[in-house]
Write a protein that binds this ligand. Structure first.
Ligand SMILES: Nc1ncnc2c1ncn2[C@@H]1O[C@H](COP(=O)(O)OP(=O)(O)OP(=O)(O)O)[C@@H](O)[C@H]1O
Ligand SMILES: [Mg+2]
Length: 359
C-alpha cells in the first residue's frame, strides 16, 4: 500500500489517454509526480505528456500488472473503466480512486438515479426496461415525451432516443440495440448547469462555482462560469454536491450535471466520477484548476482552493476549428489549450479556448 500523503516523486497511474488524461498528467507533473498511462493507443494525448504509456485494453492482465508494479496509486479519466480492472489492481495492492462504489453508481444510469434520490439529490422520474414490452410499460409510467438511454456506456449523447408516442417505445428499444435502458421523463429545463467539487481523504470539500453549459448535437460547445446565479441557487447546488460526495464517501473530483427548472429547482442529470468536460474553464478562472484536485485527493493532500478570480467562456474546438490556433493565440483575452491529437476528424474535440474577463 502507498504511503499517504503520497510524496512528490512517486508515480501515479492514469487509466485512459484522452484529453482529460492529458490535463490530469500535466497537473500531476506540476505537483512533482510522474505519470504512467494505461491506454490502447501507443500515441495518445495523455501518453505523450506522461512518463510512459503501457499499451493495452483495461482488461489486459499483464498491462495491469505492469501498471501496478510502477504506480503507487491509480486514477482514471473516464468512468467506463471495467470493474474487473479496478478489482485486479486492488488485488495487486494498488488503490484506485475514486473507488469502485462511485464507479458502479456512475456506470449504470438506474443505480445512479437510485443513489441520487436516496441521497436527497432529486432527479427526473424514470423507469427501467430490459425488454420491448417493458419499454412500452416504462413509457406509460414516466409519461411522454421521454428520453430513452442505454443504462450503460453512453457519452456525448450517444445511445439515446426520444420517445414521442407510446407506439415508438418498442422501436426505440430495438434501435438502441435491445440492451437494458432507462426511460427518463423530459426535464423542461431553463438552463443546463454543472457543479464540480472535490473531496479529500479527510473529508474536506472544495466546490467550484456553477457553470452554465450549452450543447449542440449532444456535444458540449460552450460553458460560461461562474454562471449568473442567485445565492439560493448556488446554495441548492452546493447542498446537492455535498450530499453526493458524502453519500459516496468520495475521494477525488466529481462533475454533477444539473437541470435548472423554470421554477428554480435543480435536478441532477448525471454524475461523472472524474474531472468533468465542463471544467477546463477552471484552468484560467480559478485559483487551482479541477485537474489538480483528483491528484491531490488520491495522494492524500488537502483539496486546493476552488475560488474563481475571473469569468471564463470556454469554447470547445471541434474538428478543423482548431486549425485557427494562430488566430486564438493572438487574442489577448484568449487562453488556448490544444490536446495534441493527430487528426482533426469532424466533431472530434481537438482543444478548447478559455476567454477570460476579470470578475
Ligand atoms: N431527461 C432529460 N430531459 C431533457 N433533456 C435531457 C434529459 N437527459 C438528457 N438530456 C439532454 O441530453 C444531454 C445529454 O444527456 P446525458 O448527459 O445523459 O448524456 P451523455 O451521453 O452521458 O452526455 P455527456 O457525455 O455529454 O455528459 C443533456 O446534457 C441534456 O441536454
Ligand atoms: Mg451528460
Amino acid at each position: 500500500m502507498a504511503q499517504i500523503p503520497l510524496p512528490p516523486g512517486s508515480t501515479l497511474g492514469i487509466l485512459g489517454g484522452g484529453q482529460l488524461g492529458r490535463m490530469l498528467a500535466l497537473a500531476a507533473a506540476r505537483l512533482g509526480f510522474d505519470v504512467s498511462v494505461l491506454e490502447r493507443d501507443a500515441d495518445s494525448p495523455a501518453g505523450r505528456v506522461g512518463l510512459r504509456t503501457i499499451v493495452g485494453p483495461y482488461t489486459d492482465k499483464a498491462a495491469l500488472e505492469e501498471l501496478a508494479a510502477e504506480a503507487s496509486l491509480v486514477t482514471y479519466e473516464f468512468e467506463n473503466v471495467p470493474a474487473e480492472a479496478v478489482l485486479t489492481l486492488q488485488a495487486l495492492g494498488v488503490e484506485v480512486a475514486p473507488g469502485p462504489e462511485a464507479l458502479a453508481v456512475a456506470q449504470d444510469r438506474i443505480a445512479e438515479k437510485q443513489f441520487l434520490n436516496a441521497s436527497g439529490a432529486p432527479t427526473v422520474a424514470y423507469a427501467s426496461a430490459d425488454t420491448p414490452e417493458e419499454a412500452v410499460a416504462a413509457a406509460a409510467e414516466v409519461g411522454l415525451p421521454a428520453l430513452m438511454k442505454t443504462r450503460r456506456e453512453g457519452y456525448d449523447g450517444k445511445g439515446q432516443r426520444w420517445v414521442e408516442h407510446a407506439a415508438d417505445a418498442a422501436g426505440a428499444f430495438a434501435a438502441l440495440g435491445g440492451v437494458p435502458v432507462i426511460l427518463e421523463a423530459a426535464a423542461d429545463f431553463a438552463r443546463e448547469l454543472s457543479i464540480i467539487a472535490a473531496r479529500g481523504r479527510d473529508g474536506a470539500i472544495a466546490i467550484y462555482p456553477l457553470a452554465e453549459n450549452h450543447h449542440e448535437g449532444g456535444i458540449l460547445r460552450r460553458s460560461v462560469a461562474p454562471a449568473i446565479a442567485t445565492p439560493a441557487l448556488v446554495e441548492q447546488a452546493e447542498r446537492i454536491a455535498r450530499r453526493v460526495l458524502q453519500g459516496l464517501n468520495y475521494v477525488g473530483v466529481i462533475g454533477i450535471e444539473l437541470f435548472e427548472l423554470r421554477d428554480g429547482r435543480l435536478l441532477v442529470n448525471e454524475i461523472a466520477p472524474r474531472v468533468h468536460n465542463t471544467g477546463p474553464w477552471t484552468q484560467d478562472g480559478c485559483e487551482a484548476d479541477q485537474f489538480a484536485q483528483p491528484i491531490r485527493a488520491v495522494a492524500g493532500w488537502p483539496p486546493a482552493p476552488a475560488r474563481a478570480f475571473a469569468q471564463v467562456e470556454m469554447l470547445n474546438l471541434l474538428g478543423e476549428e482548431a486549425d485557427a490556433w494562430l488566430k486564438f493565440a493572438g487574442e489577448p483575452e484568449t487562453r488556448l489549450h490544444l490536446y495534441g491529437k493527430r487528426a482533426a476528424l469532424p466533431g472530434r474535440k481537438m482543444g478548447h479556448v478559455n476567454r477570460v474577463r476579470p470578475l
